[in-house]
Design a binder for this molecule. Structure first.
Ligand code: ATP
Length: 707
């Protein structure tokens, strides 16, 4: 019989089990003979060995397994025996330990001393059934985990501690000492080890290296929560000049629950990307609720025209520009303020410390750009530059805003090459990429084609954000109720009330739309410059221009009339009751989709764009059938070894479930002909596929989505 663990060998049925147990006992006795001081010839003599080792109280064996004795009794005669290179006294502690070790390794269990009577030469060992406190049984999962880290750490791993999940038995954490030395200095090496562990072991893993102590902790990454309402914090110091350096705007938490926050005094400009439904608007609302509590004035250019309506009367929000000509004015005035402050510094009339900070929030910059370009073509006059100056002004604020304390928060659906190429990206020290990125987007945002490409699409508010050391980490952004939607009496409404600054330090402002000049022979339309430099007034002084005042008025006159206002008859101009409310009987179509000639250039761009993923009927049909249309190519049979991080693979043919490849496929240490593919799906579930290296799998590659 071969040496090694005896149990488990052979197939045993019914009565054969006791025969097998006695066979094991006989074999155990003969292999222990040298330790018991017997000569080689006595060891094989049944008479000499009879009764030396007695096994009792076996654990119940399964069909093909004889179990293990809970008790082993050994009879011995005092004398000397060899243990490795040393000679020990039979019966002393070193001898007992060695005997227990050998019995344990042969029976595949752990044995401890129950009694040792050295005078009578009787040793009783018992099977340890429960692990010692803090000790983990050597299950198959534990063995595999140890093997994987040992191979990755060049065979030098000494596992100090293992934590397993009580219910599944899966390994959750390993603390390992190693002797890999200088090689580890290269982050590439450490990353590779970390990634391989993540693919080889169930779950998503990370490593924390202690380079000085030559140790590393591998652990399963904690799961981020699905939704986190923004916490209401105590009212901070709200004088923006006093609090400037201390302002910190938490926007969510990382997987360890650490707050991810923006500190405008350190990283003055913030860029947020996220497609429709990623939670970008909610994140923007969170920023506004917090910065206004610090008493900062806020100007908003609402590229979509509808996302920030609920902030029109929020304390310290001075203006919400929802039409393109107002957005142009907001950006221009912010740029002018910045230039003015620069000049004050140059003229030594003021210092940066004197400047009250201003936050300019430009939402949906891509929509704003598109609207701006088409609007500019309509109003551009001879002598105007070919491109509207607004874009250059945004770029200028991004570059130079810090000194003038003009802080830009720019949000857009997808990473934009113009903003995120080379040095321009560095202007936005704070970046948040909400939702899943394509490899191209990840490259633009994080200079790495894989960061953020596996963010689960079914988790709104999930993002990659820069942490306090500037590194991109996965996070869950806070959720914030929309003031426009919150209904009094609900928890959302209560939370908003707690978030709302109790007082406003900054008055609401309005932009006076320039008029057609009728003084000459021909009417003269306002120019781009007229719009950019339009006059600003205090809202309190001009209720006739103030949409909030109109709204109050309208609420009093037409409360509950939204149904009539939105009916098709009203839109077609056929409902008598709605004529007044809808604007003096003019058809709403005059306002929607084409230029309302009674108001220069006003409405052509004030219509909220349709979501970008709607399109032709064909597209719609695709979307209905295929959740991934537009983001991934059609399914193609792809060799497993050619899969890349970010590809979609079919993880269940029967259910037609798809998931994103999380790491490069890796050859299985236990079976070099197999590849392991770690995946993560839309609901943040993860797992591994084991496939033959040559296998063809249905896969879809991300398509370029960026502008
Ligand atoms: N951080 C979050 N956690 C969980 N759910 C959220 C979070 N943020 C928003 N949501 C929910 O997801 C939905 C979409 O949110 P939101 O409107 O902010 O997305 P968006 O990316 O701005 O989309 P859009 O561009 O269409 O406005 C909302 O119903 C909102 O309640």
């Amino acid at each position: 019989m071969a040496a090694g663990t005896l149990t488990g060998a052979g197939v045993i049925v019914g009565g054969q089990r006791s025969a097998r147990r006695s066979e094991i006992t006989t074999y155990l006795t003969s292999t222990l003979a040298p330790l018991l001081g017997l000569s080689a010839s006595s060891a094989t003599n049944p008479k000499a060995t009879s009764g030396l080792v007695i096994t009792r109280s076996w654990t119940s064996g399964l069909r093909d397994w004889p179990g293990r004795p809970r008790r082993v009794r050994v009879r011995y005669v005092p004398g000397r025996a060899r243990v490795g290179d040393v000679v020990v006294d039979i019966g002393d502690s070193r001898w007992v330990n060695e005997l227990a070790r050998q019995i344990g390794s042969r029976l595949g269990g752990e044995y401890e001393v129950a009694r040792n009577d050295q005078i009578r030469g009787r040793l009783q060992l018992r099977l340890r059934t429960k692990p010692l406190p803090g000790e983990v049984p050597e299950t198959a999962q534990v063995r595999r985990a140890k093997k994987v880290v040992n191979e990755l750490l060049a065979g030098t791993a000494k596992v100090d501690n293992v934590d397993v999940d009580d219910t599944t038995g899966e390994v959750r954490r390993l603390t390992v000492k190693h002797d890999v030395g200088a090689k580890l200095a290269a982050p590439g090496y450490r990353n590779r080890v970390e990634r391989t562990v993540s693919v080889m072991l169930p779950g998503r893993w990370r490593a924390r290296w202690d380079m000085e102590a030559d140790s590393v902790v591998f652990e399963v990454r904690p799961t981020l929560p699905e939704s986190l309402w923004i916490p209401a914090r105590a009212l901070p110091e709200d004088d923006p000049l006093l609090n400037y350096r201390a302002v910190e705007i938490p926007c969510g938490v990382d997987e360890d629950g650490e707050a991810i926050a923006w500190r405008p005094a350190i990283t003055p400009q913030w860029l947020i990307t996220g497609e429709t439904g990623s939670g970008k608007t909610s994140t923007g609302h969170g920023i506004l609720t917090q910065i206004t509590r610090f008493g900062w004035p806020v100007w908003i250019a609402d590229g979509k025209g509808i996302e920030f309506l609920g902030f029109q009367d929020w304390p310290n929000v001075q203006i919400v520009a929802s039409r393109i000509e107002e957005q142009v004015a907001v950006i221009h005035r912010a740029w002018q303020l910045m230039e003015h402050r620069y000049q004050l510094v140059v003229d030594r009339k003021a210092r940066t410390e004197d400047f009250e900070p201003l936050m300019v929030f430009v939402d949906e910059f891509t929509d704003l750009k598109a609207n701006l370009q088409s609007w500019y073509q309509q109003i551009k006059v001879k002598g105007d530059p070919t491109k509207p100056p607004t874009l250059a002004e945004v770029g200028s604020i991004a570059r130079k805003g810090r000194t003038a304390r003009v802080h830009l928060v720019l949000s857009m659906q997808r990473p934009d090459a113009e903003i995120l190429t080379g040095e321009a990206r560095e202007n936005f020290g704070q970046r948040t990429g909400m939702g899943q990125l394509s490899p191209q987007g990840a490259q633009m945002m994080w200079n790495n084609p894989v960061t953020g490409v596996t963010i689960p699409r079914g988790r709104t508010g999930r993002a990659i954000g820069s942490n306090s050391t500037g590194l991109p980490v996965e996070m869950q952004c806070y959720r914030v109720p929309d003031p426009k939607e919150a209904i009094p009496g609900t928890e959302e409404y209560e939370l908003l009330e707690q978030l709302r600054p109790p007082e406003s330090r900054h008055e609401r402002l309005l932009i006076v739309s320039p008029e057609i000049d009728w003084s000459g022979e021909e009417p003269v339309e306002p120019t781009f410059t007229d719009f950019a430099e339009a006059e600003w007034v205090k809202a309190a002084d001009h209720p006739e221009l103030d949409p909030i005042a109109w709204e109050l008025d309208r609420d009093q006159n037409t409360a509950g009339d939204g149904r009539t206002l939105s009916s098709a008859m009203t839109v077609l101009g056929l409902d008598d009751r709605s004529r007044d409310a809808a604007g003096g009987g003019r058809r709403l179509f005059d306002r929607v989709g084409r230029v309302d000639t009674s108001k220069p250039y006003a409405a052509a761009t004030s219509v909220p764009d349709a979501p970008s993923n709607t399109g032709t009927a064909g597209d719609d049909r695709d979307l209905d059938d295929d959740l991934y249309a537009g983001h991934y190519s059609h399914p193609t049979p792809t060799q497993a070894s050619a899969l890349q991080v970010g590809d979609l693979v079919c993880v269940d043919d029967d259910l037609g479930s798809w998931a994103v490849v999380e790491d490069e496929p890796i050859e299985d240490f236990d079976d070099p002909d197999s590849l392991l593919i770690a995946w993560r799906d839309d609901q943040d579930q993860s797992g591994e596929l084991v496939v033959a290296s040559e296998a063809l799998m249905q896969a879809r590659r991300p398509t370029a989505m960026e502008d």
